[in-house]
Design a protein around this ligand. Structure first.
Ligand code: FEO
Length: 168
């Protein structure tokens, strides 16, 4: 049985994962409307990944006899001045999520809940990957600068991203 403190913290994280998903879906819709279908595809897959993160935590909480309480999802931004601005916002957001996962990990240690700590190991690794992926795209965007043909190529590249369920 999981402690009430960890149960509440995991419920907060589930909400944060859904919020992240909602944020990326909003980005996807924004860039789809601008004809940047590859960028839209990348963010749509990011949305799917965030849903998978939330579902993994839901399944885990159930497995530990905890109660899942789904709260409302707060509003997300709906427009970005450029692709680079959206990816910078994504990078900042993922760093924030890394902080949340680290805090959860710390709480699991405090509570001497080794099962939760072990579960969170996969999330710690996942955050390294999340930040790395966005860093690579930001590197490309910095090289491209204002070059429209470069942006066209990057859009084609991002269109190739396919969904693979994260190993959680
Ligand atoms: Fe669920 Fe993007 O971290």
């Amino acid at each position: 049985m999981i402690s009430k403190k960890l149960e509440a913290a995991l419920n907060e994280q589930i909400n944060a994962e859904f919020w992240s998903g909602y944020l990326y879906l909003s980005m996807s819709c924004h860039f789809e409307a601008q004809g940047l279908n590859g960028v839209a595809n990348w963010f749509r897959i990011q949305f799917q990944e965030e849903q998978a993160h939330a579902l993994a935590l839901i399944d885990y909480l159930h497995a530990r006899g905890g109660q899942v309480l789904l709260g409302s999802i707060a509003n997300v931004p709906t427009s970005w001045a450029s692709v680079k601005e959206a990816f910078l916002a994504t990078y900042e957001h993922e760093q924030k999520v890394t902080g949340l996962i680290n805090a959860l990990y710390g709480l699991a240690e405090e509570e001497k809940d080794y099962a939760t700590r072990q579960k969170l190991n996969a999330f710690v690794a996942e955050q390294v990957e999340e930040e790395e992926n966005v860093t690579h795209i930001l590197d490309s965007l910095n090289l491209i600068g204002e070059d429209r043909s470069g942006m066209y190529q990057l859009d084609l590249e991002l269109a190739k991203r396919t969904y693979t369920a994260p190993a959680l």
